[in-house]
Design a protein around this ligand. Structure first.
Ligand code: ZN
Ligand code: ZN
Length: 416
């Protein structure tokens, strides 16, 4: 990254470049396409830049759904109990209708990671469950990659305070923005070219793993001794992907992972998280779980135990794995040494696994398979998809072939 180029640009310049990269590279928005964006009111400046860039790229219509943290908290403080089993189904139906009629989807992430930490965990999980149920049909179009979509982040004062608790508010916000620009490759002289090169690297890494066709991965590290079978006909993906509508998108910015679908019934052993997890505004720390035949049979957390228990009790699939991702410990986000308390960043700083829903795009011809066929290949099904980090500089991973040959895949957190 070129420091001189970076420092000669203002915050506004970089915000504009982030918006441009999000629209042109992340989303791959096509001229004439509609865009449906979600953003918090704190992200208004970035949302406006993205709106401008989308229209410049030929968007036929940009519609943004804004949310507000303060209003979200008022529900917990003043709403009747029955409120927590409700979700605006009409809104999610409308989002689904937009996706089906060809709209692209962009989410601006980056709220207060501990917004709901002091609220009743059972209300939080009931509200999450109601949203998951209502959003499911629309979300399925995203997880199947039927449409082009992406997620980018916006720094907010509350998030910055969580990441830099010892810095003054303005300094914390500036530091968080700088980390976002650095990890989303905006600081270099040509962000679009940087993304194309990075995407090609991730594609190459995924292609190498696809040639190997490992049947299982074996993990060994502090508190982790774990064997994970991969789904039959699994496909490793990394970087961009061609969505069902034919448009090429890079779904997460930043992204450093190569990932695939594990077999939902083939996980055995103990796994210990290496980073805290911010889940829907609550913190879960010190997660340790034990799997038997793919199913979590023991789970504990040093903080947020109740949230974790409610989470894995969401449905049967919430106790099984839907994603396995490999990220070298030297990735730029890991190298920053920062803990973002935001999955978009933290999952790209460490190898991780996800409880819940599998991505059918991580199976050969997965988008053409019925739910029964997907399940037969080992793809998990759940209302939730929650990533948590298990990678570190002391994690070793072996690849195990179908004939039982063991090959070193990662050593001390780096590609072997
Ligand atoms: Zn992932
Ligand atoms: Zn995930």
């Amino acid at each position: 990254m070129s420091e001189s180029t970076a420092s000669s640009r203002t915050h506004e310049d970089k915000l504009n470049q982030l918006a441009e990269v999000a629209v042109r590279v992340g989303l791959g928005l096509q001229a004439g396409q509609e865009l449906l964006m979600t953003a918090s009111l704190d992200a208004l400046p970035l949302a406006r830049r993205i709106t401008e860039q989308a229209y410049r790229a030929g968007a036929s219509l940009v519609t943004t759904l804004y949310s507000d943290d303060e209003a979200a908290l008022m529900r917990y403080h003043f709403a009747p109990d029955a409120s927590f089993d409700r979700a605006p189904a009409w809104l999610y139906d409308g989002m689904g209708a937009a996706f089906k009629s060809g709209a692209a989807r962009l989410a601006i992430a980056g709220g207060n990671p501990a917004l709901l930490s002091n609220e009743d965990p059972s209300k939080v999980s009931r509200a999450n469950r109601a949203v998951s149920l209502a959003y499911r049909p629309a979300l399925e179009l995203i997880t199947r990659h039927a449409i082009n979509w992406t997620i980018v982040a916006n720094a907010t004062p509350a998030w910055a305070a969580a990441v830099f608790p010892n810095a003054a508010p303005d300094a914390a916000l500036a530091k968080l923005w700088d980390a976002i620009f650095e990890t989303t490759r905006i600081n270099g002289p040509d962000p679009v070219a940087a993304w194309k090169a990075h995407d090609a690297n991730l594609q190459t890494r995924a292609a190498r793993l696809n040639e190997k066709r490992y049947a299982a991965l074996q993990y060994r590290g502090p508190g982790t001794d774990f064997r994970l079978g991969l789904a039959d006909d699994h496909l490793w993906l990394g970087g961009g992907t061609t969505a069902g509508n034919g448009l090429y998108c890079i779904p997460n910015m930043p992204t450093e992972e190569v990932f695939t679908t594990p077999h939902k019934d083939r996980a055995d052993g103990t796994v210990t998280a290496t980073k805290p997890l911010s889940h829907q505004g609550t913190m879960i720390e010190g997660i340790q779980v034990r799997f038997e035949k793919g199913r979590i049979v023991e789970a504990r957390a040093t903080r947020g135990q109740e949230v974790l228990q409610t989470l894995i009790n969401t449905d049967e699939g919430a106790r099984h794995l839907g994603e396995v991702a490999l990220v070298p410990h030297s990735s730029p986000i890991a190298a920053s040494g920062m803990l973002f308390f935001n999955t978009l960043f933290d999952e790209n700083a460490a190898s991780h696994i996800a409880l819940g829903q599998a991505y059918s795009s991580c199976l050969r011809d997965g988008d053409k398979l019925t739910p029964e066929q997907l399940a037969a290949k080992g793809a998990n099904d759940s209302l939730i998809h929650v990533d948590w980090m298990i990678g570190s500089g002391s994690l070793d991973i072996d690849g195990i072939t179908a004939t039982g040959t063991v090959e070193p895949l990662m050593r001390q957190g780096e590609w072997a």
